[in-house]
Design a protein around this ligand. Structure first.
Ligand code: PLP
Length: 386
């Protein structure tokens, strides 16, 4: 079946976070796609609604099997039922991991730039935030292992929050890069939590490596947890729901006890339903949506090269988010954001992702092509006189 991603669906007035405007602004910001979810997912939601009883629900064996098969067949990550926990979201799990691996005041390291909740959750949980800037080499971000090690030693870092693949830079870290990071953390006894929510959006030519697989091979699984979800992959973020994977029994037990204490181990009925149908039947839709996204990425790169050649673009290796260096067009972060809003297009302000995001913007291209082209015209209109 061929899915139609060109359909423009009016999301105004639905409470959509992305489409929060009362005018005709085009949203190219928050990581949410403007495409209808896969028909098998929608059918599964309808089946449950038609059954009519929406009572307390537990994960079924069929759900565990769907998760195990997806991760095993796609990434060679061997899971068993007892290694999988559920959580209302990856961000809630990031906060939980601070309770698992650290105490108040302990140092937690993240990269700069990074998806904003990585920094806010560290600070809100009263841990000490230590940031290591990514290095830009030939248009790609790289981990600065020297800086990471120096700061681990200086601040006695206890936990490293890794974004794999990286948001906002779009890097799919290679197995070698991850192994080097793992070796360093192992040497200094630093725990690693790997946020892998963008794993399934890895683009052609790149290979996603589950961090847990490397950790297990290196005998370091007792200090590593991975967090992932079906929500980004299948554009079902409003459903909420995610998974926590760990390989070592004592660690799983500790996480599970803390979840019980916080009372955040259960998902709502529709989250279990969507998760199962997505992993069982969503593969074809995912293949097609990725092809559409790759086309939109090319459209965006061509447009910017032709119309705004002074914007430096980081080509993403995963996901539909593109990191743009707009420093040729602005001196001030707020003014940069405002200029685009005045042209009736919204992008994410790079500075929200850390100091390295100064004068950068993140654009989301997961929308019907016609909408994207109009959004790009507005970006051009905002900058052309500058
Ligand atoms: C890297 C990353 N982690 C987590 C999330 C959100 O996860 P959740 O909605 O499950 O809390 C996002 C959403 O954009 C993300 O990009």
């Amino acid at each position: 079946m061929q899915y139609n991603f060109d359909e423009i669906i009016d999301r105004r007035g639905t409470g959509s976070l992305k489409w929060h405007y009362s005018d005709d602004t085009i949203p190219l910001w928050v990581a949410d796609m403007d495409f209808k979810a896969a028909p098998p997912i929608l059918a599964s939601v309808q089946r449950v609604a038609e059954h009519g009883i929406l009572g307390y629900t537990k994960p079924t064996d069929a759900l565990y099997e769907a998760i195990i098969n997806w991760h095993g067949s796609r990434y060679g990550l061997q899971l068993t039922k007892d290694k999988i926990l559920f959580s209302p979201g990856v961000v809630p799990s990031l906060a939980l991991m601070m309770q698992i691996f650290t105490e108040v005041g302990d140092a937690v390291m993240v990269n700069d730039p990074i998806y904003t909740p990585f920094t806010t959750k560290v600070q809100q949980n009263k841990r000490t935030l230590v940031m290591s800037a990514l290095k830009e080499v030939e248009g790609k971000y790289q981990l600065d292992l020297k800086d990471i090690e120096a700061k681990i030693i200086e601040h006695k870092v206890k936990l490293y929050l890794l974004c794999n693949p990286h948001n906002p830079g779009g890097r799919v870290w290679t197995a070698d890069e991850l192994k080097a990071l793992l070796a360093l953390c192992k040497k200094h006894d630093v725990a690693i939590v790997s946020d892998e929510i963008h794993q399934d959006l890895t683009l052609t030519g790149h290979t996603f490596t589950p961090f847990l697989k490397l950790a297990e091979a290196a005998g370091y699984a007792h200090k590593v947890v991975s967090l992932t979800s079906m929500t980004k992959t299948f554009n079902v973020a409003g459903i909420k729901g995610s998974m926590i994977f760990a390989k070592e029994d004592a660690l799983i037990k500790k996480i599970s006890q803390q979840q019980y204490l916080n009372d955040e181990y259960e998902l709502n009925l529709f989250a279990y339903t969507v998760m199962q149908s997505a992993y069982e039947e969503g593969g074809e839709w995912l293949g097609q949506v990725l092809a559409y996204i790759e086309n939109n990425i090319e459209t965006t790169l061509d447009f910017l090269a032709g119309h705004l050649p002074n914007i430096k673009v980081m080509r993403p290796e995963a996901s539909y988010l593109i990191w743009l260096d707009c420093s040729a067009y602005a001196q001030d972060d707020q003014a940069l954001y405002d200029k685009l809003r005045e042209a009736k297009v919204e992008l994410n302000s790079g500075i929200k992702y850390g100091r390295e995001g100064h004068l950068k913007m993140r654009i989301n291209v997961a929308c019907p092509e016609a909408l994207l082209r109009e959004g790009l015209n507005r970006v051009y209109a905002a900058f052309k006189g500058s």
